[in-house]
Design a protein around this ligand. Structure first.
Ligand code: EPZ
Length: 416
């Protein structure tokens, strides 16, 4: 199994270009099935989740062409073939085929999705949404069978502003008769990106980015086109790295607004940075102050940035706390930070981080995607060499991470 070998301690300088958002792209590819012929998605990151989604598109008899970062998808001969569990279990986003295939064929058979093990991650809100639109859902072993004679618009109140449920209901509602209203909808930028794509294909959809989304169902959607929005989680990860070991490190092609809460937290920690239109320039902060973080749905502090931020807090002066409110087991990576010398205490969903600790290279295992990013950052600031095993989880979500970091001076390589 390949591993990441990281030699810590080098200052990083130069530019890191941010890729298209993973969590947006993984919804846009399934969304393309709603278009009756072709659609084009620009700025698609080359990551493992996308490779698996393309394999699912092949199973569904779609044709696609990849040119640089653009994917053109042709659904003219789309077939509702069963999606093998070996593919759907590779990632969370396979659940978006529920919404799109339900809209197109009124029948879906798909297994429970995979994804990082960071909590129970049920999909009851997705299911309730489909049922509200008129579908019946049966679960046999691990497989969901979803049927609908007709899909009819409805008002759906989400008990929790779930990203996945909001997008999935939006997708299914594109072909429901009449108007669907999603109340307490998630407001993440990825939802706006998907809504913009649906609009480009002729769907009437209003309110994406707010807590109420209105979708007016349509018989068929035309050709759609969209550029995947910049990956705010990738951007924030590298900005945090810049605060740890940057030397005028420039993070480019991002949307500053999308990471507002992270930038505010960095300022609170005494970290300064320069912002330009689509760029943040940041250098190593000599005196990082401790802070308290509570993860929240957008526009709050993102749960996906919680792990890399904790690596930063191991270097702060004093003690910080992190309350994780989205996932019940997203602190596994701290066991590995402790192996490197960090001092953290987990009490259910509250983490206490004692700052000012020296991290030393160690042999570690990547427990999940963002936990893995936290360990990469830790390896880059540690003294000595760090080896990370199970790196496919990192490659699932960070495009060209090794190349991007090497280009700015990091000593990081994949070894067999
Ligand atoms: C998306 O997951 C992202 N994944 C996650 O990114 C991200 O952490 C999360 O949104 C929150 O921002 C993708 O976009 C593929 P949710 P999703 O539905 O849609 C509970 C990463 O590292 N819930 O908003 O699965 C759920 O258990 C990944 O890039 C229900 O109870 O997140 C969780 O506690 C990890 N029932 C909370 O809501 C449901 O039906 C948030 O889940 C749905 C969700």
């Amino acid at each position: 199994m390949p591993k990441l070998k990281i030699e810590g301690g080098n200052l990083l300088t130069g530019k890191i270009e941010i890729s298209g958002s993973k969590n947006s792209a993984v919804a846009l590819l399934p969304a393309a099935l709603l278009c009756k012929t072709k659609s084009k998605i620009l700025s698609v990151p080359k990551i493992r989740d996308i490779e698996y989604l393309l394999k699912i598109l092949e199973v569904l008899n779609c044709k696609y062409e990849i040119k640089n970062q653009e994917i053109e998808i042709d659904t003219t001969n789309l077939k509702n073939n069963p999606i093998p569990e070996e593919l759907s279990e590779q990632m969370r986003a396979s659940y978006y085929f529920m919404g799109t295939l339900l809209a197109r064929f009124h029948h879906v058979e798909i297994s429970f999705p995979g994804g990082c093990v960071i909590g129970a991650r049920p999909i009851d809100l997705h299911i309730k949404g489909f049922e509200a639109l008129g579908a019946t859902v049966t679960l046999i072993k691990n497989k969901y069978i979803i049927d609908a004679e007709n899909l009819t618009g409805a008002t759906i109140h989400l008990d929790f502003a779930s990203v996945g449920a909001t997008i999935n209901i939006m997708l299914a509602a594109t072909r429901a008769k009449g108007v669907t209203i999603i109340e307490n909808a998630a407001q993440e930028p990825e939802i706006v990106n998907v809504a913009e794509f649906l609009k480009s294909a002729g769907c009437e959809i209003e309110g994406a980015g707010t807590s109420t989304i209105k979708i007016t169902g349509n018989e068929e959607l035309d050709e759609g086109i969209i550029k995947v929005c910049p990956d705010r989680i990738e951007a924030a990860t590298y900005i945090i790295l810049g605060a740890l070991i940057g030397q005028n490190l420039s993070i480019k092609n991002l949307n500053i607004e999308h990471i507002d809460k992270v930038l505010k937290k960095l300022s609170e920690c005494g970290i300064s940075y320069e912002t330009k239109e689509n760029e943040v320039i940041i250098s190593k902060c000599k005196k990082i102050l401790s802070t308290n973080i509570v993860t929240e749905t957008y526009p709050g502090f993102p749960t996906d940035i919680q792990p890399p931020f904790v690596t930063l807090l191991t270097q702060a002066e004093g003690t910080s706390t992190v309350l994780e409110t989205i996932y019940e087991s997203r602190f596994k990576y701290t066991e590995y930070l402790k192996k490197m010398g960090a001092t953290t205490i987990t009490d259910q969903n509250l983490l206490t981080v004692k700052g000012g600790t020296t991290l030393t290279g160690a042999e570690l295992y990547v427990p999940d995607l963002r936990g893995g990013a936290a360990l990469v950052l830790a390896g880059l600031i540690a003294t000595g060499t760090t080896y990370l095993d199970n790196i496919s989880l990192i490659l699932r979500g960070y495009e060209d991470i090794v190349e991007k970091l090497t280009k700015v001076g990091a000593k990081i390589e994949i070894i067999e």
